[in-house]
Each structure stands twice: as structure tokens, then as C-alpha cells.
Design a protein around this ligand. Structure first.
Ligand code: ZN
Length: 338
């Protein structure tokens, strides 16, 4: 269950001049919902960024005991949210080389056969070194509870929405760095969804039960692209902007993947999070998890040593009660957003 890099995917944009050159002809009629969402996303990015700039970013755990306690805190928080019927601790959490291509695209993976959470070792390099891996760890721990059912577009969006609410809960509990991590994610995701609208002519996606978005050509709207470029310059520091622009250029060479990554990890999740947090409070669909069966320890030879691994099978699908986004709503209220 790969998790395409959030932070990696979403830096965003292209300079306004380039956006303008890519557009042929005049501006076509724009669906009102699309334009309204574009405006509210820039407001969200500005509000989240204003407070983010005053906070200390999340620090990564410095010892195995800190990591062990953090993993347990997260798993219990997922359960407290009513988002799992089972508490599954991963067999291990490790860093690894994801190989060419994937090393720039994937932040982490839950390796189901081994029960292991694997994080991209680039978090340990200058390329991603000032990005915390807290939200990636939460995302993979949600997968580990059995968020493995259905199409990638469905299960990844469901996983990410739960992860956001868990991070918001940790922020409200004043877990160190959690609020900064949440606001950083919100500003980046809001800018990324605004990019998706302006660059691909995309629309909000109000359900996770959908197919992957297909790339159907560049449909840049020059007016929105210019507004987005200005917002990005105002919101991101020069260093953040340079890295973000770099990431966007990388993804724009892979438009078919890019549109899918944005669709499932950003657009569906932000749309549904704002629908719920600024609306009824509850996500308007039931999420699914797979039942964890027959966990057994298994002795395997890794080439140099014998290692004990947890092995299990996944059973029938559990329909979960609709998720209440009360913690995210509380944060957004505090920002004066909804
Ligand atoms: Zn995932």
C-alpha cells in the first residue's frame, strides 16, 4: 500500500508565464462550483500558513522507545476515533531505499506480508530532511489496521481522511509538533487541490468510491494559474517554493500518475474533509477495513540471519460507522475557517 508522497507531490505550480503559454485560446466557461472551491482553498492555505509560521515543526522521535510510544499513541487514537475495530501494532518500522522513480514519489509503505511499516530513507537526507515523517507514519498505521480493501483510489483516500482526523486529535491534545504538521499539510494540500483545479481543469471529488482520475491533457486556466502563483509566492518561503516548484516539475513529466496521486491523496480527501468538518461533522459514507486473522510468528532467513516476523491473513470486510471529524472541525473553527 504505497503512499505517494504528500509533501513530495504537493509543492506546486509552475510560474505564471509558463501557465499562460500552455493555454491555447480564450478562457472557457468555468463551472461555478470549481471556481468557488478554488477561492476557498486559497483562503484555507493562507489561514493555515499564518499560524504554521508561528509554530515549531514536529520533531522526529530520537530513540526506539520514543518511536514505540508514538506508534502506540497513534494506534489507540485511531481506535478512539471509532476508525478501527482491531488494534494492530506493526512488526517493525524501518527506513529503506525505494529505488529509482519510487524514491521521489513514495513517502512510505505498509508491507502487508511482513506487517512492516517502511518509510522512505529520503526523510533522512537533505532532500526531505526538514519534513517530519509523522503524518506518513500515521497514514501507514491506518493501513495496518486493515485499510486495505477496495481500489487504490478508495482505500487511499479513506486511509488519508482517517489519518488527518487522528493528526488533528493529536494536535488538540497538544502532542508536540502535531498542530504544525497538520497545518503544514492543510496549506500544502489546499494549494495542491487549487493547482489540480487550475492546471487540469479538475473538480472536487465528494466520494472515495470512485475510479482513478485519467489524464486528459492540460487544461490550464490562465486566470486561476496566475492567482495560484501569487498565492504560492505569498505563502511559501523562497526555500519552500523552490523545492515545491522542483517537485511539480518532476511530477509534470509524469502527468498520468500525477493526476491520480492528486486525485486520491489530496482532492478527494480535502473535499470530503471540508464537506464534513464544515458541514454535518460526519463523513457521508462508511469506510471499510479488512479483518485481521490468524496472526502467527514466522521464522525466516533474510540471507544473513534468522528473523522473527508476524504473519497473518486478512479476512472479511468490516463496514465501519461513519467517521466523525470533530477534531479537524475544532482546528478549522479555531482558524476561523468554516
Ligand atoms: Zn496509503
Amino acid at each position: 500500500m504505497k503512499r505517494w508522497a504528500k509533501r513530495a507531490a504537493f509543492g506546486l505550480i509552475v510560474v505564471s508565464l509558463v501557465g499562460g503559454l500552455l493555454v491555447a485560446g480564450a478562457r472557457v466557461a468555468f463551472p461555478p462550483e470549481r471556481e468557488a472551491w478554488f477561492g476557498r482553498l486559497l483562503v484555507l492555505a493562507q489561514k493555515a500558513d499564518a499560524e504554521y509560521d508561528t509554530l515549531t515543526p514536529a520533531a522526529d522521535p530520537e530513540s526506539w522507545s520514543e518511536l514505540y510510544l508514538l506508534v502506540k499513541e497513534i494506534i489507540y487514537q485511531i481506535e478512539e476515533e471509532g476508525a478501527t475495530t482491531q488494534l494492530i501494532r506493526p512488526a517493525s518500522v524501518m527506513f529503506a531505499d525505494f529505488g529509482p522513480g519510487r524514491r521521489s514519489a513514495v513517502a512510505g509503505t505498509y508491507a502487508t506480508a511482513d506487517g512492516a511499516i517502511v518509510l522512505n530513507e529520503r526523510f533522512l537526507t537533505p532532500a526531505w530532511g526538514d519534513s517530519s515523517w509523522l503524518s506518513t507514519l500515521i497514514h501507514e498505521l491506518v493501513h495496518a489496521q486493515g485499510y486495505l480493501v477496495g481500489d487504490s483510489s478508495t482505500l487511499e483516500s479513506q486511509t488519508e481522511i482517517v489519518a488527518t482526523e487522528v493528526l488533528a486529535a493529536m494536535a488538540n491534545l497538544n502532542y508536540p509538533g502535531a498542530r504544525a504538521e497538520l497545518l503544514d499539510g492543510l496549506r500544502r494540500d489546499a494549494l495542491a487541490m487549487a493547482y489540480y483545479i487550475a492546471r487540469f481543469g479538475g473538480d472536487p471529488i465528494h466520494t472515495t468510491y470512485t475510479e482513478d482520475m485519467q489524464f486528459s491533457g492540460w487544461n490550464s486556466d490562465p486566470v486561476l494559474m496566475n492567482r495560484l502563483a501569487a498565492a504560492r509566492r505569498a505563502i511559501l518561503t523562497p526555500t519552500e517554493l523552490a523545492r515545491s516548484d522542483k517537485r511539480i516539475r518532476w511530477w509534470e513529466e509524469r502527468p498520468a500518475e500525477y493526476v491520480q496521486v492528486l486525485g486520491k491523496y489530496v482532492v478527494t480527501t480535502i473535499t470530503m474533509e471540508l464537506d464534513a468538518a464544515c458541514g454535518s461533522g460526519t463523513v457521508a459514507e462508511a469506510f471499510q477495513q479488512a479483518e485481521f486473522l490468524n496472526p502467527q510468528e514466522r521464522l525466516t532467513w533474510d540471507g544473513t540471519a534468522w528473523v522473527m516476523q508476524m504473519s497473518a491473513t486478512w479476512g472479511s470486510t468490516i463496514e465501519l460507522p461513519p467517521l466523525l471529524l470533530d477534531d479537524l472541525a475544532y482546528v478549522l473553527d479555531g482558524l476561523g475557517y468554516c
